[in-house]
Write a new protein. Structure first.
Length: 316
């Protein structure tokens, strides 16, 4: 490990984030507290130039001040291999532009940069579809383009959750029941009339007690989770959809699920992830830009971002 590592962070526009909730901001604060040099990038800043991964990056300093939380330096056009670590923290949608960005990061990794999470894992572990590796832990799950198959699935399970494979924050998540007159239009919308894959899962009644976000650092679960409890009249346990957050210790079932998934992720060099658990059922595995660090740090005196960076530092 170099004396003073330089860490680059690819993220959404820093001027638009809510620092009270933003996990990427927690990572920036933790890196700065360790004396690491910070470089800020967005997706459009990346490029491949004659086989070399390069970017227009800017030095950034951060402060935990809701009115004035960052300063950016002048643009530096440099090879990504000038960095020691790159954090890929761009939020979904997980579309082809995201995939193209991972090709740039592949070249940076080949040049010796530690990229987290690894580009291959980002491509392989779709946040929704990755649950297919754990059928015993999940509610009954169907991924298909076929509206007929989704209708059959609904007939069997009577109440289901349907959602796109590339969204976040509760976007386009529907709960439908057998006999619902909106079933046709929901399935048409999600599948693009049978031209796109979408996911259906049997509804888990324990959603009323919260959709638990459990963070996993270097294969090990954080001891506490953030339960996102749907707002009145809502079915979605997403903070972006108005859910109420409640911090809790992990249950034995939560920990067992997280340990099993954590071992799977560690084998793929995924150093930071978030899984979603409703009741005792795994519903999603998030490896792109999982959040909830700041809430858990605040409620339990943790330093989750620091633990994550320390795990990366050990790999340098």
């Amino acid at each position: 490990m170099t004396t003073t590592p330089t860490i680059g962070v690819i993220m959404d526009p820093i001027e638009r984030i809510n620092i009270a909730k933003d996990s990427t901001f927690a990572m920036l604060l933790a890196a700065q507290a360790r004396g690491w040099a910070l470089r800020y990038m967005q997706l459009p800043d990346l490029r491949i130039d004659n086989g070399q991964a390069r970017a227009q990056m800017r030095p950034v300093t951060v402060r935990d001040d809701r009115d004035d939380w960052f300063d950016l330096g002048d643009i530096e056009d440099d090879a990504l291999e000038s960095l020691d670590i790159i954090l890929m923290r761009k939020d979904p949608p997980f579309d082809m532009e995201y995939i193209y960005a991972t090709y740039v990061l592949d070249l940076a990794a080949a040049a010796g940069v530690l990229v987290s999470n690894p580009p291959q894992a980002l491509r392989d572990l779709n946040e929704k579809a990755a649950c297919a590796w754990f059928p015993a832990l999940c509610p009954a799950t169907l991924i298909t383009r076929s509206m007929r198959q989704m209708r059959d699935f609904l007939d069997i399970h009577e109440r289901i959750v349907v959602k796109p494979l590339d969204g976040m924050g509760g976007k386009s998540i529907f709960v439908i029941e057998r006999g619902d007159l909106n079933t046709g239009v929901v399935l048409e919308t999600l599948t693009g009339f049978g031209t796109r894959f979408a996911m259906a899962q049997a509804h888990v009644a324990e959603i009323d007690d919260g959709d638990k976000r459990i963070l996993i650092v270097d294969g090990e679960p954080v001891d506490y989770c953030l339960a996102r409890i749907p707002a009145p009249g809502e079915s979605r346990g997403n903070l972006a959809a108005g859910a109420r957050a409640e911090s809790r210790p992990l249950s034995e079932s939560d920990r067992n699920i997280a340990l099993e998934v954590g071992a799977f992720l560690a084998a793929r060099d995924v150093t930071f992830a978030g899984i979603d658990v409703i009741g005792d059922r795994l519903t999603e595995i998030n490896v792109t830009s999982p959040t909830c660090i700041r809430e858990l740090d605040r409620d339990f005196g943790l330093d989750i971002a620091g633990d994550y960076l320390d795990a990366l530092g050990r790999r340098l």
